[in-house]
Design a protein. Structure first.
Length: 398
């Protein structure tokens, strides 16, 4: 009878050893105590390389759970180093977070997407056609301005659609999901969905880090790099389509006055969405340094703010009114965020973590107060460059 080879004993490394592998070309992560080498995978990661590099050298179980479907676990075997984390521990907060995640999965909430996508797509088509008809077949300046405002509202709704499709699959398959991303982002709104996904994923993982959250880096212009963008040709064609149809549509207006009013109206209305973007984080706590995966739940709770809203106004906020819930469960369809809000609130209360939920007016007041405090600090002449806040405002810090 042939002898069977003895099973190889697992090897263990310490957290200190894992932390050494935290740079480009040498990036290790731990998931459920298993060590994976994602150095070569970073350039191919659908969510961009930044999230992997920012969290390299740490246990990233909670972050991995939040952003990946169960099918992603099957692909991780290819990156397994054969090592395990010797001092792998799970905090009480993380244990409860994973338990809640498991409960939501069993309830099917991650797959319960409803028919909202088709309704929203239909609404976007109708708004586009109405705006097009008003510009081409009406001689009224009032109608033209209203059509500009309607176009801005269309951009808001396409933005929510792009946001949803960037976090989870809203269509029947990945190919159609990609189509929805390019249509809602590049073609309709002139925003590169590829750039947005890389930027937004980094924001989620480093929520309100002054050094690593790109949403807190306010350069007056975008820096162009040679970094490869997935589906580059499709991205460029989508952006080209926007810069063809939008100026072409505006050119049909009878004079420059109405053209300017149309553009101003469209951007003024869509600007409301950018006000909403600031409410959820600007007045929340910030921190300096890289994100740490061991306090995933805590960082999201401290760095976010919910906005009170009746259910009939959910279309206006696009799910961002449940910012804490969205940051903890980014793959959860927005139609289900309201359902889980009480569960998240109870979990925060159990662990003495903030669950900040204020009215839309109060959220704006808090944001303005934060900006005022920053302005007063910038006027403090007792702190010269490079300690002055103006110096940091031009992005020399971060």
């Amino acid at each position: 009878m042939a002898e069977t080879e003895p099973l190889q004993k697992p090897t263990y490394i310490s957290l200190q050893e894992l932390q050494k592998h935290n740079k480009r070309g040498d990036a290790w992560i731990s998931i459920d105590g298993k060590i994976y080498d994602v150095s070569k995978w970073a350039n191919h990661h659908p969510g961009g390389e930044v999230p992997l590099l920012n969290l390299a050298g740490q246990d990233v179980t909670d972050a991995f759970l939040a952003f990946h479907p169960p099918s992603a676990y099957k692909r991780m075997d290819a990156f397994f180093t054969g090592n395990y984390l010797r001092d792998y521990t799970v905090s009480e907060v993380s244990r409860d977070y994973r338990s809640l995640f498991s409960e939501l999965t069993k309830l099917g909430l991650f797959e319960d997407k409803g028919h909202g996508v088709l309704i929203l797509l239909s609404l976007i088509v109708v708004m586009f056609c109405v705006s097009l008809y008003g510009v081409l077949f009406s001689d009224s300046m009032v109608v033209h301005v209203l059509c500009g405002g309607l176009m801005g509202f269309l951009w808001i709704q396409s933005g929510w659609l792009g946001h949803d499709s960037g976090h989870y699959q809203i269509m029947v398959n990945r190919k159609w999901n990609r189509f929805a991303q390019i249509l809602s982002g590049n073609v309709l709104a002139g925003i590169s969905i590829g750039w947005w996904k890389w930027n937004h994923n980094a924001h989620h993982l480093a929520c309100n880090s002054l050094d690593f959250d790109p949403d807190l880096q306010h350069l007056p212009f975008f820096v162009v790099s040679s970094r490869k963008v997935p589906h580059r040709k499709m991205e460029l064609l989508g952006l080209l389509a926007f810069w063809i149809w939008y100026p072409f549509l505006v050119s049909f207006l009878p004079n420059w006055r109405e053209r300017v009013l149309f553009v101003v109206a469209s951007f003024a209305v869509t600007g409301i969405q950018h006000v909403q973007f600031t409410l959820n984080h600007f007045s929340a706590s910030v921190y300096v340094g890289p994100p740490t995966a061991h306090d995933w739940f805590e960082k999201q709770a401290f760095g976010t703010l919910d906005v009170m809203s009746p259910s009939w106004m959910d279309w206006f906020h696009g799910g961002l009114q449940f910012q804490i819930e969205h940051h903890l469960f980014p793959r959860l369809p927005r139609r289900n965020l309201r359902k889980i809000a009480p569960l998240v609130k109870d979990l925060c209360k159990k662990h003495n973590l903030p669950y900040t939920c204020v009215s839309f007016w109060k959220a704006n007041v808090l944001t303005v107060q934060t900006l005022r405090n920053a302005a007063l600090q910038a006027r403090d002449l007792t702190k010269p460059v490079p300690r002055n806040l103006v110096w940091e405002a031009v992005n020399t810090h971060g």
